[in-house]
Design a protein around this ligand. Structure first.
Ligand code: PRE
Length: 98
């Protein structure tokens, strides 16, 4: 790789980062599409917006996956809680609109 300049290496790495960011956006959009349906189902059947027991199981699973993948489990949990807070906000709005 002696003929590759630092600028070229940076450009290649940034290109991969851009692909990964695009994949993350698409995966998040898909997740929110699913949770939108969950929100409608829950509102239709007067089920609570949040399910703390389910969240505990998800967090335990994600922390274990993060450890195996060499990702900080604290970060994985923070990311999950951030996403779920938004989902619960959406669920609450859907229920209020009915
Ligand atoms: O599985 C559910 O019951 C959901 O509403 C989805 C979800 C999630 O985003 O994963 C969100 C809120 C709940 O507290 C648990 C999980």
């Amino acid at each position: 790789m002696a003929d590759v300049t630092p600028e070229q290496r940076l450009g290649r790495l940034r290109s991969s980062i851009d692909n990964i960011d695009a994949a993350l956006v698409h995966m998040l959009a898909e997740r929110f599409r699913c949770t939108q349906e969950v929100g409608i189902l829950k509102a239709e059947h007067e089920m609570p917006a949040s399910d703390p027991a389910r969240e505990s199981r998800q967090i335990a699973r994600l922390r274990s996956l993060a450890e195996d993948a060499n990702l900080d489990p604290e970060f994985a949990e923070k990311w999950f809680n951030f996403v779920v807070a938004e989902v619960i906000h959406h669920h609450t709005e859907i229920a209020a609109e009915r």
